[in-house]
Design a protein around this ligand. Structure first.
Ligand code: ZN
Length: 138
């Protein structure tokens, strides 16, 4: 089994910040010597997630609206008593959406749908510098 590890950093703005990281994942596959396989994308941390969506302005408003209904950012969560912080909703949303994603590729091309981009969702309340890890396996 061949594998290649790539890492990159993304600056996020805080609260529900969604960023298109498709290009960086494509780059990780391109710089590997692997033609066919899986790109496993992972974000370390308990307040961010990796998923896919159609990255367009309407959904970039609709999705946070739904997520805030599931876990309101301003609610006084029990978690806040544990650490005296204010990111209980951030942790809950990160767990629901999950920290990783596996994307198959063939002839070095990610097998994504036409309207499907890979996104980092940062739920933390403050701007963060996030590290993303891509394990390319073939
Ligand atoms: Zn916390």
């Amino acid at each position: 089994m061949a594998s290649h590890t790539a890492r990159f950093f993304v600056e996020t703005k805080g609260d529900i910040c969604i960023m298109d990281i498709t290009k960086e994942i494509e780059n990780a596959v391109a710089e590997s010597k692997i033609e066919n396989g899986i790109a496993a994308v992972f974000v370390p941390g308990s307040t961010a997630s990796i998923s896919t969506m159609e990255f367009e302005p309407g959904l970039l408003k609709d999705l946070p609206e739904v997520l805030k209904k599931i876990a309101p950012l301003e609610k006084d969560w029990e978690h806040h008593k544990t650490w005296n912080d204010r990111n209980g909703a951030s942790h809950i949303l990160a767990t629901i959406l999950g920290p990783s994603l596996s994307v198959p590729f063939h002839k070095k091309k990610l097998l994504l749908g036409t309207w499907q981009q890979i996104v980092l969702l940062d739920f933390d309340r403050e701007p963060r510098k996030r590290e993303i890890i891509v394990q390319v396996i073939g």
